[in-house]
Every structure is written in structure tokens, then in C-alpha cells.
Design a protein around this ligand. Structure first.
Ligand code: NDP
Length: 489
């Protein structure tokens, strides 16, 4: 007998809020294809309820009445600290939930739960260190700046790293004093609904954090269009990001966009390959390549090109995809839709005689209904080809040779994106030159991604978006600066 799918409601006003007229959406386990839960399908009505609840929490009269907007920075930090501890205490439960919901291997889901707690810990400590400045001005004046929260912030979260992206976005927004309305991706909501329940037990007042589940074009669009939203942070595709920014512009709402990339790793002939090679592979198979900062292009200097390809191929052949619970090299993709999307790129590669140098395998006992994609290594991919230009969002690595430093920079900067870049070289002067000329929000020298980097400002240029999340910098994005000039003679 098949178990009845568990139902998950919206989270509004610190309690479960049942689905309205919109009904429910089934939740699939990407490892098996089994429907194991259902979520509420929110519409403009639920978004409106959530925004109203957040507005009341933000504008309320006193802390005693649960007005988040009146909490001192110290009190906000203490709530976040308790939430960090609660997430830590429930880390395994959250990891299991997210692993089943998204198909990510358990060790990755555990790392994501730890990162969620770490974001709240970081922003708990940062809350009372955010301050303005005094400015020199004419005699007889005292001028200072004050950092104020926007008010009610909207957060549109994608499915690839729900806990991490929720943590970095909501953690910073709450620390800065905003009240939040979150729209997670319909493919990955469950861990966030549970994390929100934990917050309610940590002293976060009703309305300070609300989650409305549902479809992007319905609940997501309604959030972006809502005139009661004072700031939106969005992570996802370039196309949807543009749509969100256009909707927000209609009500003069500032937006932070994190839109993914086609991030290069540049390997010079003097690179320490023993260190570099495992990192090059991990940067594309982590989360089955469904990572905004995936190192999806590797550029290799000609003299070592064949040797690097050979060693990468050996590693790719050993990679195995399988169910999240088996904790293999990679799990399934998030959905049949994403599997089909990645498959279409690979079909094109084969049709156009792009060199498929090596691929991994799928575990023989992987359930037939799962969304498995073998990792694929493509060699000699022309720099201008779609496979070297577009975000595939799957475990597909494109390798391209280069002849000189100038050539490497031209290829690295030659896509519409600019999120992150990696450089592998022992030459100190070259490290500095490349750090400056690469067009990206983050540049890593002889490492890649720096372990997730809760403390490190993150975001892109060009089609990768604008605004910065993570680190202290995010607090500037979630506040607005007021200048006060006092004339006192
Ligand atoms: P989307 O950009 O469409 O989805 C991201 C988020 O936006 C989800 O919460 C989604 O909700 C929501 N959304 C969708 N449409 C709207 C809308 N009209 N208004 C407001 N919010 C909306 O990405 P996809 O899931 O379609 O993935 C497609 C591709 O996007 C991927 O292959 C990848 O290349 C890229 N992507 C990049 C990510 C990154 O981290 N930078 C993350 C995810 C995807 P819902 O899912 O419920 O529709």
C-alpha cells in the first residue's frame, strides 16, 4: 500500500496556513520518481496575506506586541543566534528532508544544513555592528548617516540550494531589521518550511518571516508585483530574473539579482595539478552541476592540454550517480524537466560532433524512475559554442585550450556571464594580473569556491546579475542609507 503523501501548508503569522483555492502541488523524490508529499499552491491572495502579516510585524507599536521593526539590533541578533542553535540541533532532520526533496547526496545536504546554521550565526553577530558614519560638513552642522531596513523584503529562492540561499538572504534581511516574505521553488520547499517552524520557537515574532509555496508564474510573480514589497532578492535564471526586475520596477522596488553563470577555471602550465584536478572535477559534479557558481568551463594552456584531458577523463570515468541516500559522487537532477533540458544540450553536442571524451555511470541499482544524468566531459569545445557559453546546470564540463595569458582572459571573459572565476598558476605576478582583469564577482587563485564562504560577498556582473549577498556586504543591500544634517550654529 502506498503511503498518503504528507501535506505541507504555507507558513504565515508563525503558523501553518492552509492552501486557499489554488489547491496543492505534488512533491516528487527525484531519486525514485515517487510522490511523497504535497505543498500548498499559493496565489496572489496568500502572497497578500503574507505581505500584510509582514507589514504588521514591521510597523507594530512595541516589542511587547511582537513588532519586529522595534526590536533592537542586539535583540534581533539574539533571536538569530537561538535560531542558529535550533537549526544545528535539527540539522540531521533538515538534511534528510532536503536530500529527499532535491535528490542531493546526504553529505551535501548535511553541509547545507550546517551552512544554514552558520548564516544565522554570522548574521546574529553582525546585527549590532551595522552602523552609519558621521560626515565632515560646514561649520555649524553635524551630519550623520543611518542604515535603516527597507521594511518588507521579498525573497524568491531557487531549488538547487534552498537552505543555503534562504539562510544567506533571510538571515541578512532579518538581521538588518526587515520582515520577510519568501517564495521557495515549488521543487524544493520542505526544509524551509521546517526551518521557519524552528524560528517561531526561537522568539521570532509572528509575521517577521512568512513562506508562501506555489508556482513561480503565480505566487512568485504576485510577490514581485506586490506594491507592499520594499526590496526583492532573487536567485535563479537570467530570464526569470529580468521578469522579476521588470515587475519590481513598476513599484520602484530595488532588486538584488543572482543569476548564475558559466564560470571558467583557467589552468596554466605551471599549475599544481595534484591540487587542481580534484577541485576541477568537484566544481562541476557538486550538486550534479546544478550550482550557480559551478566551474562549468575549464581552460587549459596548450603545453599541458592533452595531459590534463587524460587525467580528467580518468576521473570522469570513475564517477557514479545514484540515489541521494546512497551518497555517491552525485545524485539525480532535480526534475524530469531539468533532465530533459540537460539532455537536449548533450544531444546537440553529439549531433555537432563535439568530442565526448569521457563519461561516468549510473549505479546499477538506481531506481528506474529517478532523474539520473551521467557526468560528461566534453573536449575541444570552441569558446563561442553554446556549450561553452550557456548555463547547462548539469554535470557537463566543457574543456577548451588556450595559447597565452591574453588568450585565456579573452576566452574567460567572453561569455554573457560573470559570476566567479578560478585561476591555477604558481606565478605571483600573473595571479595578481588575472585577479584584476577577470570580469567576475569573485576570483579564486589556486582554489575554487573557498568552501562556500558565508563571510565572502557574492554576486555577479553582466548577465550574472547585480547586488551582493553573503558576508557583511549583504547587510548594506538589505538596508537603505539615510543622511541626517543637523544645523546647530
Ligand atoms: P527560474 O529562474 O524560473 O526559478 C527560480 C525561482 O523563480 C523559483 O523560485 C521559481 O519558482 C521562481 N519563478 C519562476 N517564474 C517566476 C516569475 N514569473 N516570477 C517570480 N518568480 C518566478 O529557474 P528554473 O527553475 O526554471 O530553472 C531553469 C534554469 O535556471 C536552470 O537550468 C539554471 O540554468 C537556472 N537556475 C539558476 C539558479 C542559480 O542558482 N543561479 C537556480 C535555479 C535555476 P518555481 O520554481 O516554483 O517556478
Amino acid at each position: 500500500m502506498t503511503a498518503t503523501p504528507k501535506r505541507y501548508a504555507h507558513f504565515i503569522d508563525n503558523r501553518a496556513a492552509e492552501a486557499g483555492d489554488g489547491g496543492t502541488i505534488p512533491v516528487m523524490d527525484p531519486s525514485t520518481g515517487e510522490i511523497f508529499a504535497e505543498i500548498a499552491r499559493g496565489s496572489a491572495a496568500e502572497i497578500n496575506r503574507a505581505v500584510t502579516s509582514a507589514r504588521l510585524a514591521y510597523d507594530g507599536a512595541s516589542v511587547a506586541d511582537g513588532a519586529w521593526g522595534r526590536f533592537s539590533a542586539l535583540e534581533r541578533g539574539r533571536v538569530l543566534r537561538r535560531w542558529a542553535d535550533a537549526v544545528d540541533a535539527h540539522a540531521e532532520e533538515l538534511a534528510q528532508l532536503e536530500s529527499r526533496d532535491t535528490g542531493k547526496p546526504l553529505r551535501q545536504a548535511r553541509a547545507d544544513a550546517a551552512a544554514l546554521a552558520r548564516y544565522f550565526e554570522f548574521y546574529s553577530g553582525a546585527a549590532d555592528k551595522l552602523h552609519g558614519q558621521t560626515l565632515p560638513y560646514q561649520a555649524g552642522y553635524t551630519v550623520f548617516t543611518v542604515r535603516e531596513p527597507h521594511g518588507v523584503t521579498g525573497h524568491i529562492i531557487p531549488w538547487n540550494y534552498p537552505m543555503q540561499i534562504f539562510g544567506r538572504s533571510v538571515g541578512a534581511a532579518l538581521a538588518a531589521g526587515n520582515a520577510c516574505v519568501v517564495k521557495p521553488a515549488e521543487d524544493a520547499c520542505l526544509s524551509l518550511l521546517r526551518a521557519a517552524e524552528l524560528a517561531a520557537g526561537c522568539g521570532l515574532p509572528a509575521g517577521a518571516l512568512n513562506i508562501v509555496t506555489g508556482l513561480g508564474p503565480e505566487a512568485g510573480q504576485a510577490l514581485a508585483e506586490h506594491p507592499g514589497i520594499d526590496h526583492i532578492s532573487f536567485t535563479g535564471s537570467t530570464v526569470t530574473g529580468k521578469r522579476v526586475a521588470q515587475a519590481a520596477a513598476e513599484h520602484h522596488c530595488p532588486v538584488t539579482l543572482e543569476l548564475g553563470g558559466k564560470s571558467p577555471q583557467i589552468v596554466f602550465a605551471d599549475a599544481d595539478l595534484e591540487t587542481a584536478l580534484p577541485v576541477l572535477v568537484n566544481a562541476i559534479i557538486q550538486n550534479a552541476g546544478q550550482t550557480c557558481s559551478a566551474g562549468s568551463r575549464v581552460l587549459v594552456e596548450r603545453p599541458i592540454y592533452d595531459a590534463v584531458l587524460e587525467r580528467l577523463a580518468e576521473k570522469f570515468r570513475a564517477l557514479v550517480a545514484g540515489p541521494a541516500s546512497a551518497d555517491l559522487d552525485l545524485g539525480p537532477l532535480i526534475s524530469p524537466r531539468q533532465l530533459q533540458r540537460v539532455g537536449a544540450y548533450l544531444h546537440e553536442a553529439r549531433a555537432q560532433q563535439i568530442h565526448v571524451l569521457a563519461q561516468g555511470s549510473i549505479a546499477s541499482d538506481a531506481p528506474a524512475g529517478g532523474c539520473y544524468q551521467v557526468p560528461v566531459l566534453l573536449a575541444d569545445v570552441p569558446a563561442g559554442h553554446r556549450l561553452a557559453q550557456e548555463e547547462i546546470f548539469g554535470p557537463v564540463l566543457a574543456v577548451t585550450p588556450f595559447t597565452s595569458e591574453v588568450d585565456a582572459v579573452r576566452i574567460a571573459n567572453g561569455t554573457p556571464y560573470g559570476l566567479i572565476a578560478g585561476v591555477w598558476t604558481g606565478d605571483g605576478a600573473r595571479q595578481m594580473r588575472l585577479a584584476r582583469v577577470l570580469r567576475a564577482g569573485q576570483v579564486f587563485i589556486n582554489n575554487y569556491g573557498a568552501g562556500g564562504g558565508v563571510e565572502l560577498p557574492f554576486g555577479g556582473v553582466k548577465a550574472s546579475g547585480y547586488g551582493r549577498e553573503k558576508g557583511f556586504e549583504a547587510l548594506y543591500g538589505f538596508t537603505t542609507l539615510k543622511t541626517v544634517a543637523v544645523r546647530h550654529g
